[in-house]
Design a protein around this ligand. Structure first.
Ligand code: TYD
Length: 162
């Protein structure tokens, strides 16, 4: 099933010079890059992005993290990848949420860390499912910024996938 996935290189990834290594790992024949841009992350955008996690104890910390307060970096690099099982593939390349548990060959396993405050600085965000991916792509991109936007979005919707 073809679908789209949103991937973000978070402020720690930008700060540590990991744009090249991360893009390289996503540059596979199975994933087509259909959108990419630098985005300034306001607190409001970070809160909207993580709205599903607003009741978690670490919510404030991840808002500070994504909006650059932890690293002093206010911009992130946001991509949309499209292809068969794009979400599963992109999440496998990222690795497990907790960098200590992530496969050492994954992005998070190789480059992530846990801060002294206990935040997982795990370099990348990847959409968790197709519904979330659609919501996130609309939040971060205008339709004109994503090649074939309506086609990707309508296709997965028409098939009744959540
Ligand atoms: P989550 O959406 O659960 O994970 P993922 O990014 O793998 O889909 O969590 C969002 C981010 O919150 C995660 O990337 C890192 C951070 N986080 C913590 O700092 N501590 C935690 O215990 C969890 C679960 C997440």
């Amino acid at each position: 099933m073809n679908e789209s996935a949103l991937v973000i290189i978070k402020p720690d990834g930008i700060q540590r010079g990991l744009i090249g290594p991360v893009l390289d790992r996503y540059d596979t024949p199975f994933l087509r890059l259909v959108g990419i841009k630098m985005a300034k992350v306001t607190r409001a955008l970070a809160a909207a992005h993580y709205e599903q996690l607003r009741n978690k104890p670490f919510f404030e910390e991840i808002i500070n993290y994504l909006s650059g307060k932890l690293n002093g970096i206010g911009s992130v690099l946001v991509m949309v990848y499209y292809g068969d099982q794009a979400i599963k593939r992109c999440r496998a390349i990222a690795g497990a949420t907790n960098p200590e548990e992530a496969n050492p060959r994954s992005i998070r396993g190789a480059f992530g860390r846990i801060t002294t405050k206990g935040v997982y600085e795990n370099v990348v965000h990847v959409s968790s499912n197709a519904k979330e991916a659609r919501r996130e792509i609309r939040l971060w991109f205008t339709p004109a910024e994503v090649r074939g936007f309506s086609q990707h979005i309508q296709q997965s919707k028409a098939k009744g996938r959540s």
